[in-house]
Write a protein that binds this ligand. Structure first.
Ligand SMILES: C[S@@+](CC[C@H](N)C(=O)[O-])C[C@H]1O[C@@H](n2cnc3c(N)ncnc32)[C@H](O)[C@@H]1O
Length: 245
């Protein structure tokens, strides 16, 4: 079995709040294939580790990871340090605050618009990949919408934007507005929680974010655990190591 990920330990438990394994696999493979120099992430966690690992394997690039929670930010930093990956990540933490800019959240909505402090984005330029997995959906309606209005001027010409969780109608609406307002082509990947991928129409053709191949293609175990193609074990701690080839 190919072992694409070079980390030695375990990722934080996946699913639930974390990015689903199938998206992480695509993200890792995409970064290895396209070798982006600047990546910005909203919402740190397992994805931070996976992106940092791909950058280290590429030998170039930087991830600016934007996080609102001191607690989860510290957790992410700890796992990066355990894998000696912290040098590939500029982790910036700041509490969500009132968002006065353009938003899809109605003015009379129950929860007013909140987003990351814009000061966290200072100095960020030439973004090749924008990966949006925060803030949490419970923040307000369309909580992830500000990401592109906030960074549209900071994208490189062929930048891609990926939005997690597009099985939710809110995330689909966000993707469609982003595509229409900022000149992107939009494609949905039918993954566990859905993934929206926005690309520039005139960008050079890049193969669709590939799935790494497992050594024994087509087995029931591969289908159930695609993350194992990266040498990852996403099972609960008590189940770790069971059912593995
Ligand atoms: C969708 S999660 C981001 C997940 C991250 N991209 C990953 O791959 O793990 C959005 C935010 O939820 C928070 N979060 C992470 N784990 C959590 C948990 N177990 N319970 C509640 N909030 C969590 C973090 O502050 C994170 O920025």
């Amino acid at each position: 079995m190919h072992n694409h990920l070079a980390i030695k330990g375990q990722l934080p438990p996946l699913r639930g709040w974390a990015t689903s394994p199938d998206v992480l696999l695509r993200l890792h493979a995409h970064i290895m294939a396209t070798r982006p120099r600047i990546i910005v992430e909203f919402g740190s966690g397992a994805s931070t580790l996976v992106i940092a690992d791909a950058l280290r394997q590429n030998g170039l690039g930087k991830l600016v990871s934007i996080e609102h929670s001191d607690h989860y930010g510290a957790q992410t930093l700890g796992t990066l340090q355990t894998e000696s990956l912290e040098g590939w990540v500029d982790l910036r933490i700041g509490e969500l605050e009132a968002w006065e800019g353009e938003h899809l959240n109605p003015e009379d909505a129950e929860k007013s618009s909140r987003w990351y402090p814009l000061s966290l984005l200072e100095g960020v330029e030439g973004i090749d990949l924008l990966w949006v997995d925060g803030p949490p959906g419970a923040t307000c309606l369309f909580s992830r919408y500000p990401a592109l209005p906030a960074l549209a001027e900071k994208l490189s010409p062929n930048a891609e934007v990926w939005l997690d969780d597009t099985i939710r109608q809110e995330e689909k609406d966000i993707c469609e507005r982003w595509a229409a307002d900022h000149g992107f082509e939009l494609e949905y990947y039918p993954l566990e929680k859905g993934l929206g991928r926005l690309t520039r129409a005139d960008a050079p053709v890049v193969a669709p974010a590939p799935m790494p191949q497992t050594a024994v293609a087509g087995s029931a175990d591969d289908a159930a655990h695609p993350e194992r193609a990266l040498g990852l074990d996403f099972s609960l701690p008590e189940d770790q190591g069971k059912d593995k080839r």
